[in-house]
Design a protein around this ligand. Structure first.
Ligand code: ATP
Ligand code: MG
Ligand code: MG
Ligand code: MG
Length: 469
């Protein structure tokens, strides 16, 4: 079964259960200051859950473009090192807005997985929130899951929240154990590639406010999210998402460009990272984000620089990321037409970013290696703040890139030292700008004697904030 067919079957299944199929919202949310990127299918329905907005339908389903690189859901560190966390992924979802609840959500999830897709029941596991007896009983009543395969977990795994505030509630998840030891409960939520979470059914019941307090919502809702790339791997009998038809064309192109084969783990990691990151970059840029120095733009810049540097590990030196856009558009452009429409623009933006980082990347890597040699001589394993700062300030290395390079060789970075230098730089910038405004003020005051009254002071908000979001 191709990934296109799998996506379509999901949507057809929920259409047959009277769900309205709605478009994915952009991956860059323009109307939610609590979010840098869309991190779940439910984001576009937040107002419905909170009771501040309505839709003309009570049931919906879609495939939602998500990016998880900041805030509460941040998987950046895992990406490429494991085979099932991506920065950008599609989340298949179905929703009930004050309509059906736990029973139908569980029943239909089971029906799709075991009757339509015929996944082996003996390998499936369900988890419920520790106090959720209702969901626990429903799994036994409305499905034929092995009752021993229903497990209870606490807040961390079975209470879902989109961010620090907003709609949330207990959830029930479905995991699949693909190992020979599939009847063993200890695999579930253990973070192994043999047993992965494929679908989360969230029972939205509360809103968490800024003080952390939970408030009952006016109605109860269902919000589900299934990892599309993960379910494709399972249905295509692959042990890695990167071996599915979603990623293989990208991997093939990277193999072609680099001349390195996709074989040893050492080469596979950079190839997976690159195949992953080009998706996040393309979709985010097509939806209006631009690499830059602050907030969302800086997150993109970090992703791009990370990918460029991984390219160096497989001999890719000239700008290469932008060349992958065409392959991505040829595999996904018919489903997400925005990347096809913006294809040339996206390539230009990525190429320009690659070129500007390329100018300093090799010299930065050299500096990093000099520092490591120096530290090795003294048996030290922490990259000093000054060097981290120099890499940032002179060579454009985001601190997480330096940390990653350090981690790869068993080193760490002195983040506190780095932050101190950053703060000092910011302070200097603030002072410099104060002086500038002081002189502007003088001029304006002078002019005011000529009856010009508008001499509003402009508030300076700082340079390159290095927030970890
Ligand atoms: P995990 O525990 O594997 O990190 P999660 O519990 O954080 O997943 P949810 O927030 O429950 O994930 O999201 C719903 C579904 O989206 C998950 O069941 C999973 O299939 C998929 N998913 C979550 N994060 C990613 C990711 N980074 N890449 C690909 N799929 C993901
Ligand atoms: Mg997660
Ligand atoms: Mg989980
Ligand atoms: Mg989950």
């Amino acid at each position: 079964m191709t990934s296109q067919e799998i996506r379509q079957q999901f949507l057809d299944f929920f259409r047959s259960k009277d769900h309205r199929i709605v478009p994915s919202s952009p991956v860059v949310p323009f109307d939610d200051p609590t979010l840098l990127f869309t991190n779940a299918g439910m984001n576009q329905f937040k107002d419905v859950f909170l009771g501040t907005g309505t839709r003309e339908y009570k049931r919906a389903a879609n495939t939602q473009k998500c990016i998880r690189v900041s805030g509460k859901h941040n998987d950046l560190e895992e990406v490429g090192h494991d085979t099932y966390h991506h920065t950008f992924f599609e989340m298949l979802g179905n929703w009930s807005f004050g309509d059906y609840y736990k029973k139908e959500a569980i029943m239909w999830a089971w029906e799709l997985l075991t009757e339509v897709w015929r996944l082996p029941k003996e390998r499936l596991w369900a988890t419920v929130y520790k106090d959720d007896d209702e969901a626990f009983e429903l799994w036994k009543q409305v499905t034929d899951i092995n009752p021993k395969h229903i497990l209870r977990f606490g807040e961390k795994d079975n209470f879902w929240e989109m961010g620090d505030t907003g709609p949330c509630g207990p959830c029930s998840e479905i995991h699949i154990n693909l190992s020979d030891d599939y009847d063993n409960p200890s695999y579930v939520n253990a973070g192994t590639p043999e047993c992965i979470e494929i679908w989360n059914l969230v029972f939205i019941q509360y809103n968490r406010d800024e003080t952390g307090k939970l408030h009952e919502l006016p109605a109860k809702h269902v919000d589900t999210g299934m990892g599309f790339e993960r379910v494709c791997a399972v249905l295509q009998n692959k042990s890695s998402n990167y071996d599915t038809d979603i990623f293989m064309p990208l991997i093939d192109e990277i193999v072609k460009l680099s001349g390195v084969t996709y074989k040893n783990e050492e080469d596979k990691i950079p190839m997976r990272v690159i195949a992953d990151h080009i998706r996040a970059l393309t979709f985010a840029i097509a939806d209006g984000a631009v690499p830059g120095n602050e907030g969302r733009g800086y997150v993109l810049r970090r992703i791009l620089r990370r990918a460029a540097r991984y390219g160096r590990k497989i001999n890719l030196k000239e700008p290469f990321l932008f060349k992958l856009v065409d392959v991505l558009v040829s595999t996904m452009g018919s489903v997400f037409t925005e990347i096809k429409e913006k294809q040339d623009y996206v390539k230009k933006v990525i190429k320009a970013e690659e070129e500007s980082f390329n100018a300093t990347l090799d010299r930065g890597i050299e500096l990093f290696e000099d520092v490591v040699r120096r530290l090795n001589k003294n048996n030290q394993k922490i990259i000093p703040g000054e060097d981290v700062f120099k890499l940032y300030d002179t060579y454009g290395f985001p601190v997480d890139l330096t940390s990653l390079m350090a981690r790869e060789i068993g080193f760490s970075v002195d983040e506190a030292g780095f932050n101190k230098l950053m703060e000092a730089q910011r302070k200097k910038a603030r002072e410099a700008s104060k002086e500038k405004f002081a002189s502007v003020n003088v001029v304006l005051t002078d002019l005011s004697s000529f009856n010009i009254t508008d001499n509003k002071q402009v508030e300076f908000t700082g340079y390159d904030e290095l927030k970890s979001e």
